[in-house]
Ligand binder design. Structure first.
Ligand code: DLL
Length: 433
């Protein structure tokens, strides 16, 4: 229980959580109805008014919000308050080029700092730590969220930003960094760079890490733990809610606690839009409960997970847990009639010690048949014969999870192009070939 940042709020009874949620939901619904024409029109279409929300179950009467809705109303039409009251904005670029913009009031930043402090504390951060933040300080929410949370805890922050990987390792050595954050795949890149500098990450003082922002399979987590000899936690979040800080896993490492006093979670079947039961896979739908600048109702995240049966966790926290994110519904690819999530392939790759950190799936069409090539870097340069043996081994291992035989190509370290902030695991060339 020592690492609970806000004992009162993180251990609320279920009854109290529900009461708080209902009170805050009503307030949020009134706010968006009065101030956002998009929601007023949706309410009219559905023939509802804020007065219809009398219980938490009534949330099902409310409209969903999609990324497309936010894009159409970008940058500021979803903002419920005067822009004079907003003190910061962040944005996620997405693929169409129109960024999803989120505006924060002073209070929104305070709440973001609070939920981030809860996640960081849950992962072991204390004021005694030297906290290195290798994430770009930019419109991307990542770096600022971690920065605000670590500052609230009182740790010594090194705002190192992303990139200049050699420098990141040197900073760790020089300042004796004990805790690092980041985008999951970048930490593996840093391991590779440490290796090239002939520095064993285990010999650095880093003992804890909190990572997320993209698919973070248990296999990748385990690998990072082993390479750095540190405890690793998973953090989830998205620009539309606040950025990182919506949920993170506690020391039990079996699910991420979602801060229910600030976010209301539902899980739906993405096809029927009906709720799914506990322990059933579904799309996460989130409603902000305390946001002032840009509250969002029933946001369809596209992220797939399961909710755990609610009972008090061994860690003492009472907030609901969801599983690791399995993937985004829009990342799922259908090859020869089989649904494949990149995470399934990553789970196989990360079990193999010879495999390095970077990999991707390339989809093509040959003679009207879908082909899958898995390109994967080896940890160290391999001889031709060792590469071929590894290709055969991986091909067989992957076949056991996806049913058909993919082509596997093993490449030397650092050959797959860097795709920027987040790793791009799927390259679909099918329409072009
Ligand atoms: O990635 C916020 C963030 C920054 C979270 C740093 C954690 C650490 P966006 O750029 O808006 O925000 O992307 C949000 O990233 O809908 C998920 O698809 C994915 N994602 C975020 N965290 C995880 C995670 C930030 N722990 C989108 N596991 C989300 C899997 C994640 N996917």
């Amino acid at each position: 229980m020592d690492n609970i940042f806000n004992k009162k709020m993180e251990t609320l009874t279920r009854k109290k959580i529900k009461e708080l949620q209902l009170e805050k939901l009503k307030k949020t619904v009134n706010n968006v109805y009065e101030n956002v024409p998009f929601y007023k029109n949706k309410f009219k279409e559905l023939k509802i008014t804020p007065g219809d929300i009398k219980t938490l179950d009534d949330i099902h009467k409310l409209p969903f919000t999609t990324k497309d809705d936010l894009r159409k109303n970008a940058p500021f039409d979803m903002v419920t308050t005067s822009l004079d009251n907003c003190i910061e904005l962040h944005a996620s670029s997405g693929t169409t080029g129109i960024p999803i913009t989120a505006c924060y009031t002073r209070n929104d930043i305070d709440i973001w700092s609070e939920v981030m402090a809860r996640c960081l504390s849950m992962s072991g951060l204390t004021k005694k730590d030297v906290f290195q933040n290798p994430i770009p300080y930019s419109t991307f929410t990542g770096a600022f969220g971690f920065h605000y949370g670590a500052q609230k805890i009182g740790a010594m922050i090194i705002p190192s930003g992303k990139g200049q990987s050699e420098r990141q390792i040197k900073l760790m050595e020089y300042y004796g960094t004990t805790f690092i954050s980041g985008v999951a795949s970048y930490i593996l890149r840093l391991s590779q760079v440490a290796h090239e500098l002939k520095i064993d990450p285990k010999k650095l003082k880093v003992t804890n890490g909190l990572f997320g922002a993209e698919m973070f399979t248990p296999g990748l987590k385990k690998r990072i733990m082993e390479i750095w000899d540190m405890d690793v936690h998973d953090i989830y979040g998205l620009t539309e809610m606040c950025g990182p800080g919506v949920s993170a896993d506690c020391d039990q490492h079996d699910g991420l606690h979602l801060w229910e006093d600030h976010f209301l979670i539902e899980l739906i079947d993405p096809k029927t839009l009906e709720p799914v039961g506990l322990e059933e896979e579904g799309e996460i739908v989130l409603t902000t409960l305390t946001k002032e600048g840009m509250p969002v109702l029933r946001y369809r995240t596209r992220d797939i997970a399961k909710l755990y049966d609610q009972s008090v966790c061994e860690c003492g926290r009472t907030h609901i847990k969801h599983t690791t994110i399995k993937g985004r519904s829009d990342d799922m690819v259908i090859i020869r009639g089989t649904n494949i999530f990149p995470g399934q392939i990553e789970s196989v790759l990360m079990k193999n010690d010879v495999v390095g950190g970077n990999w991707r799936m390339v989809l093509t069409t040959e003679n009207d048949v879908d082909m899958l090539t898995v390109e994967v870097e080896s940890k160290t340069p391999l001889s031709q014969i060792d590469s071929m043996n590894l290709e055969d081994k991986l091909q067989n291992d992957i076949k056991t999870v996806i049913v058909f035989n993919p082509k596997v190509v093993v490449l030397p370290p650092n050959t797959i192009v860097d795709t920027g902030l987040k790793a791009k695991r799927v390259v679909d060339k099918r329409k072009m070939s």
